[in-house]
Design a protein around this ligand. Structure first.
Ligand SMILES: Nc1nc2c(ncn2[C@@H]2O[C@H](COP(=O)(O)OP(=O)(O)OP(=O)(O)O)[C@@H](O)[C@H]2O)c(=O)[nH]1
Ligand SMILES: [Mg+2]
Length: 227
């Protein structure tokens, strides 16, 4: 009888807790297929997607989470904006073009820089080895080796799942959905700790932004007085 009650209670808790607010940063170098991946998850058309200038935000509901996907442009000139989103995210989707051996070193350097940032350290990473439809694309093992994934995971203490995928499929690739479910599960399992960290980091960021605004206003005031 006790078991029946505890099972019912667990079921009740699982299905009646509110949707969790989860922010995911979709990151990686330009042309990796980030925006195509997001469109595919949203069941939108993946045709005619152009390079992202700045960022695009989209929402979806999955695994009892209200998910905001923040898709940022990966061009080298706009990577500077990525860090504006580090504080607020609970997890990361890092997309690479697994068919582009020439740019794998660049992707490795970028991944290393991202996971070493204090605001990102320890947050779970779904690594999508995209463009698996292209002949000669690297498999999961090659990708892990090329990106030094195991060393990075040990150094920075984060969970990572690698999925080979094709973002341009008409129906979202199962590997992408499997990866997203894994990511959201890890986020939910550690939600309280992650949310506490996000709140603290966002508060620090807002405070810094407010200070910069005050300093800028002060500089303008002084300039006007000098004229
Ligand atoms: N063959 C193949 N092409 C893909 C795949 N995914 C994306 N592409 C193509 O790769 C190109 C770049 O895709 P995007 O989604 O714009 O890449 P991105 O990472 O968002 O690029 P930025 O916004 O510039 O950072 C587009 O021409 C896509 O059609 C895939 O799985 N296979
Ligand atoms: Mg894009």
């Amino acid at each position: 009888m006790r078991n029946v009650f505890s099972t019912c209670f667990a079921w009740f808790r699982r299905y009646h807790h509110p949707y969790r607010d989860v922010h995911i940063l979709v990151i990686g170098i330009d042309n990796a297929g980030k925006s195509t991946t997001v469109a595919s998850i949203q069941n939108d058309s993946t045709d005619g997607i152009t390079p992202t200038i700045g960022f695009a935000s989209s929402s979806l509901r999955m695994r009892r989470c209200d998910v905001t996907m923040l898709d940022v442009g990966g061009g080298s000139k706009i990577r500077g904006i990525w860090e504006n989103y580090y504080a607020e995210v609970h997890g990361i989707v890092f997309v690479i073009d697994a068919s582009d051996a020439q740019r794998i070193g660049e992707a490795r350097d970028v991944l290393e820089e991202v996971v070493k940032d204090a605001r990102m350290g320890g947050k779970p990473v779904l690594l999508l080895a995209n463009k698996n439809d292209v002949d000669g694309a690297m498999d999961e093992i090659d990708v892990c080796n090329q990106l030094n994934v195991h060393e990075l995971m040990e150094q920075q203490q984060f969970s990572c799942q690698v999925e080979q995928c094709v973002a341009v499929k008409r129906k979202c690739d199962r590997a992408i959905m499997r990866g997203m479910k894994w990511l959201l599960q890890i986020v939910c399992d550690n939600y309280n700790a992650l949310a506490e960290r996000v709140n603290a980091d966002v508060a620090v960021q807002r405070e810094e932004e407010a200070r910069e605004r005050r300093e800028r206003a002060e500089r303008v005031r002084i300039l006007r007085e000098e004229r």
